[in-house]
Design a protein. Structure first.
Length: 187
């Protein structure tokens, strides 16, 4: 084999490798899709402590200033009401999420014609302590069926990542989350 032929093969392999790497990463400017966004996923770390700043996601402002943290607003929380769910009275929710021990919902408000709620479910372990906690943002609490709406999991550490709202609405969402959390911890 001549040196020129070897060089051509190496360059060809290199070019194919670069092309495949670009395909595998989805290419520049594309968003990955997540077909499991509406499926419940268990959180690994369950705690009865109130959420901390480290759990709070950040969103960019419209201008080029630094990002603002999403923090609950006590004055907004005072205007909100938390409702507790009884798992025995909600066969559809237990079909969707399994038999939960407690759940709380707080209305966030209206966005683009839909009313949104934060819902937090808790499951107790054998020792009676909270073993699992999952939080969701949903627009389906007023629909004929809970399955008719959207359920977005609010994961610990990056809670608002999958929510395309402005800062003020995200603050309302975090306020609803904190109120639901406090209600469950104190129930």
């Amino acid at each position: 084999m001549t040196m020129r032929l070897k060089l051509s093969i190496v360059c060809g392999i290199f070019a194919v490798s670069l092309a495949l790497a670009g395909c595998a990463s989805g290419g520049a400017g594309t968003q990955p899709t997540d077909d499991s966004a509406n499926e419940p996923i268990a959180e690994d770390n369950v705690s009865s402590e109130e959420p901390t700043v480290s759990d709070e996601a950040e969103v960019p402002k419209d201008d080029e200033e630094h990002e603002q943290p999403i923090e609950a607003d006590e004055s907004i929380m005072e205007t909100m009401t938390c409702d507790l769910f009884d798992a025995s009275k909600s066969e559809e929710l237990t079909t969707m999420f399994g038999y939960f021990d407690r759940a709380a919902s707080v209305e966030v408000g209206e966005k683009d014609g839909d009313t949104w709620w934060v819902v937090i479910f808790e499951w107790d372990g054998d020792d009676g302590a909270v073993d699992l906690r999952e939080a969701y943002l949903t627009d389906s609490l007023e629909m004929p069926s809970y399955r008719d709406g959207m359920w977005i999991e609010l994961k610990s550490g990056d809670r608002w990542r999958n929510v395309d709202w402005g800062h003020d609405m995200l603050v309302r969402g975090q306020s609803a989350f904190d109120l639901a959390w406090e209600t469950l911890v104190n129930s």
